[in-house]
Design a protein around this ligand. Structure first.
Ligand SMILES: Nc1ncnc2c1ncn2[C@@H]1O[C@H](COP(=O)(O)OP(=O)(O)OP(=O)(O)O)[C@@H](O)[C@H]1O
Length: 462
């Protein structure tokens, strides 16, 4: 029976007198909803148990349900209703893009590929939430639920020591409760039982729950063999999100989760068609943070006539740095060719005029690396857990890690470089993008990861 899922704190679960009845419920697949909707006669028939036993259980369960309902729908005077408040990320640029910081009473999702900086940002938040209100914090403690290994305490310690204000205001790892969950069952128990009890006992001092990452165990353990599995998974994801939202609202706290990405194949229609504004496929790119060229590419992919977007490199070639590197390499190679030609002329004055042709073009760089630009790169990455999960989010943040031309290329100093390693042409470029939010418009900002944590870059810094 699903009594544990519906009422995890129900005293009926511990009443040994009902153990045979609960066993029968499990055997005949009778649910809590059946008990709340069917007659005791019908239930007794289905369960092969006595009507007295069923009636008693049903009365107790209904009373418990009524109590919960009354508690849940208690009318509060407007003066007691606490609205969402924000706390700083400790970075002014990122706070501004987020519309003031991270907000309570909702779920904020940070998604991105491995090594994009999700955990770094989450660790930073569990420190910044502890700051006093005049420093932008909300003076709260934090629960850090990790699904992949332990919390890197050394990194947290170095983040604290790298920022004077954190040291000055007593920000400490002692205010972070760490929970490690090793599988999905364990995660369920933590979210449904341990966390609510911890929050009740902490009496409003905990202001942030972090889950790193929410999708790790679901992705591995939820079956996805057929349509029914997919339906069940959606229901499961819905329940997880609802529970987290309940906790966020009940205890006026922020829930921030990391989410992973997976590749989504291009949508291929059996018949060519023009996507409508209201089509799921038409809108998808905006709520998963694709760049504009990829959104357009996906929308046009199945169109019947006109430009064949499948080969349209121009639409996808927003790789300007690739072109910059290519141009710089051509410039340097031309320079060395001219130089070589001059040396040949001066060293052999007797050379006939036909032999004064420039020396054959020879590159110091591997040939396959020479054409960097016009790479056809269609964005296909989507955060896991789908639309069902996305519907519950108040803010979705994408952290991405790409590559840009290195300062040597941008300053036009490639001719000073004597090596032949193409990696020297590139530099990591990290972007923080608000994909959608109830508090801010979609916007992106470059950032770096330093010993202080995640820091935005402004103006000429990038
Ligand atoms: N002290 C530091 N100084 C500079 N960069 C750092 C420091 N510590 C970690 N990084 C950078 O942070 C990145 C790792 O970030 P993080 O662990 O947050 O990734 P993630 O998105 O959580 O990845 P995953 O999904 O695999 O857990 C690495 O690229 C590393 O270069």
């Amino acid at each position: 029976m699903d009594l544990y899922d519906e009422f995890p704190q129900s005293f009926l679960l511990c009443d040994e007198g009902f153990t045979p009845l609960l066993d029968a419920c499990r055997r005949y697949q009778v649910s809590v909803v059946d008990f709340l909707t069917l007659s005791s006669k019908e239930l007794a028939r289905q369960l092969q148990r006595s009507i007295n036993e069923v009636t008693k259980f049903q009365e107790l369960l209904t009373a418990e349900y009524d109590d919960q309902l009354t508690e849940f729908n208690k009318v509060k005077p407007i003066s007691e209703v606490e609205g969402p408040v924000s706390f700083t990320t400790t970075d002014v640029g990122i706070d501004e893009v987020l519309g003031g910081g991270v907000y309570t009473h909702g779920i904020t999702e940070i998604f991105g590929e491995s090594s994009s900086g999700k955990s770094q940002l989450l660790m930073q938040l569990c420190l910044s939430v502890q700051l006093p209100t005049d420093m932008g914090g909300i003076k709260g403690k934090c629960v850090y639920i990790t699904t992949e290994g332990d919390l890197p305490t050394q990194r947290l310690a170095s983040m604290i020591s790298a920022r004077d204000e954190l040291v000055r205001y007593g920000v400490s790892q002692e205010n972070i409760y760490t929970v490690t969950c090793c599988d999905l069952i364990n995660q369920e128990h933590i979210l449904n039982v341990q966390l609510p009890i911890l929050l009740e006992n902490s009496k409003g001092t905990i202001k942030l729950i972090i889950v790193d990452s929410i999708s790790h165990h679901m992705r591995v353990e939820l079956p996805s063999r057929d349509f029914k599995d997919h339906q069940d998974n959606r229901f499961y994801v819905d329940q997880v999100a609802e529970r987290l939202l309940d906790l966020a609202n009940k205890h006026s706290l922020a829930v921030v989760v990391a989410n992973q990405v997976s590749d989504r194949p291009l949508f291929e229609s059996p018949e060519p068609y023009v996507a409508e504004l209201t089509d799921y496929e038409y809108q998808l790119g905006w709520w998963v943070g694709w760049k504009n060229s990829s959104i357009l590419y996906h929308q046009k992919y199945n169109e019947p006539k006109g430009v064949d977007y499948r080969d349209n490199e121009d639409m996808l070639s927003d790789d300007e740095d690739g072109k910059l590197i290519h141009d710089e390499m051509v410039r340097v190679e031309n320079l060395s060719r001219t130089k070589a030609a001059k040396i040949t002329v001066s060293s052999n004055e007797k050379t006939s005029s036909e032999d004064r042709r420039p020396a054959p073009r020879s590159s110091t760089f591997p040939p396959h690396k020479q054409r960097f630009y016009k790479k056809r790169r269609v964005d296909r990455r989507v955060p896991t857990l789908g639309l069902t999960w996305a519907n519950h989010l108040s803010t979705r943040i994408l952290l991405s890690k790409t590559y840009k031309a290195s300062p040597m290329i941008r300053r036009g100093e490639l001719h000073l470089y004597k090596g032949s390693d193409p990696l020297m042409f590139w530099q990591v470029k990290r972007m923080f993008k608000v994909v959608f939010s109830a508090y801010a418009e979609s916007k992106e900002i470059p950032f770096v990861i330093t010993k202080r944590g995640v820091e935005s870059l402004l103006g000429d810094d990038w």
